[in-house]
Design a protein around this ligand. Structure first.
Ligand code: SF4
Length: 415
């Protein structure tokens, strides 16, 4: 396994919890800010913990992608972002040309903050816009409104055009309550006015414990029907492709050269570091999720310092990523998967590989006949949009196949 070259840093603070969100977040109130406003002490003490966690790592190699996500990382001041990056750099080193992304939310930073974030070393911004429709934003429980999103998009467009910012991405959510084809088309067309070189379009999912789940149980949440959701999905592909944004993963579209290098790591079978409350790392092939509350995260750091590092964070415990996981994440990408390469990494010999993969290919044949799955040379990939829309059906076929294999075939290989 190659050494990990990517790091995710989780900043859990938000002004408030949005109605659909089940992330590990700490709401600080609408007036929170990182310097001296409400919640600033919480931010400062959390950053100390984050530094402590970074210091625990032993096998460090220079990083090529760094992603500061959350939460709302733009609640931190530029100087806090600067010291976080410096701390990480002193520990790991950054390779020349590293991609350094900061997630920001409209109305949580000024234009001067944005410039100072770039001065601190950020070269890619991911803006959590979600919708240009005030009624939708209100229904989502978001703090920002359309005007603030437009202002943020205009700043980013200008900085990108002037070459100050290497790349940026806009997040939108589709299939929201109140969405119809007309309102979704307006959202997409408004987004295209700012020409983001990367756009992520997420489907709303209703998570346990959220306000949306509570509303849904009471019959108060009306979501678009399946047929309408499919039409919106097709509209998305068509409008974005006309602007040159190609779908390179189920939820992500980019202009050439602007696909997120950091996200590609998650889908490619390479390892990554992660730091912070609730963050999931997999530096050496095994996933590990940190505690999702501040107290438990604090306690976990103390235990690491006293008892030694969690085993999955040590290179001597290197593993190959699970075959079935690799197949699932690989099929999310436009380039799909090479089954033979996965089998080889998993340690199957030629006879095993021929026999087991043949049975998967037989299962998949009907999906290929129905144009849901494509087969080109060594690679299998989902058709767009039909295969992507029915990706669950394809994944279920794959999981049934995996469960049908002998125990010896699904055992992780010895490294
Ligand atoms: S801003 Fe993002 S992370 Fe924070 S509560 Fe809303 S959806 Fe969750």
């Amino acid at each position: 396994m190659y050494p990990p070259r990517s790091a995710y840093l989780h900043i859990p603070f938000c002004h408030r919890r949005c109605f659909y969100c089940d992330f590990a977040v700490v709401p600080l109130g609408d007036k929170a800010s990182g310097e001296s406003g409400p919640g600033s002490n919480s931010i400062k003490s959390y950053l100390k913990l984050l530094f402590q966690e970074i210091d625990l790592i032993q096998d460090c190699y220079p990083l090529t992608t760094i992603y500061i996500g959350g939460g709302t990382p733009s609640l931190l001041t530029p100087s806090q972002i600067n010291s976080l990056l410096n701390h990480l750099k002193n520990k790991f080193g950054f390779q020349d040309g590293s991609e350094i992304t900061l997630e920001i939310d409209p109305a949580s930073f000024t234009q001067n903050d944005l410039l100072a974030f770039l001065d601190a070393g950020i070269n890619r911004i991911s803006l959590g816009g979600q919708s240009f429709n005030d009624l939708v934003l209100k229904a989502l429980g978001r703090r920002h409104r359309k005007d603030q999103l437009i202002e943020a998009c205009s700043w980013l467009k200008k900085l990108f055009k002037e070459g100050e910012l290497k790349s940026w991405s806009l997040d939108l959510i589709q299939n929201l309550p109140g969405h119809d084809l007309i309102s979704w088309e307006l959202d997409l067309k408004e987004a295209m006015r700012y020409l983001p070189p990367h756009i992520s379009i997420y489907d709303l999912s209703i998570e346990p414990g959220t306000v949306f789940e509570w509303k849904q149980k009471r019959g108060e949440l009306i979501l678009p029907q399946e047929e309408l959701a499919l039409e919106m999905n097709r509209l998305t592909s068509s409008i974005l492709s006309k602007s040159g944004l190609a779908r390179y993963e189920i939820s992500n579209y980019a202009l050439p050269g602007h696909a997120s290098r950091h996200n590609r790591v998650y889908w490619s079978g390479a390892g990554w570091w992660a730091f912070g409350m609730g963050a999931t790392s997999a530096p050496w092939g095994e996933r590990f999720a940190r505690p999702r509350t501040r107290d438990k995260y604090f306690q976990w750091i103390m235990e690491q310092e006293i008892n030694g590092l969690e085993p999955s964070l040590l290179s001597k415990n290197s593993k190959v990523f699970n075959f079935d996981d690799q197949l699932i994440v690989g099929l999310r990408r436009r380039e799909g998967v090479n089954l033979e390469t996965l089998a080889e990494r998993w340690g199957w010999d030629q006879n095993q590989s021929d026999a087991y993969l043949q049975s998967l290919k037989l299962r998949w044949q009907k999906l290929i006949n129905n144009d849901l799955l494509k087969h080109n040379g060594d690679r299998f990939f989902l058709s767009d949009p039909e295969g992507i829309e029915l990706s669950n059906q394809i994944l279920i076929e794959m999981l049934i196949w995996w469960d049908s294999l002998p125990a010896s075939a699904v055992q992780p290989p010895n490294l």
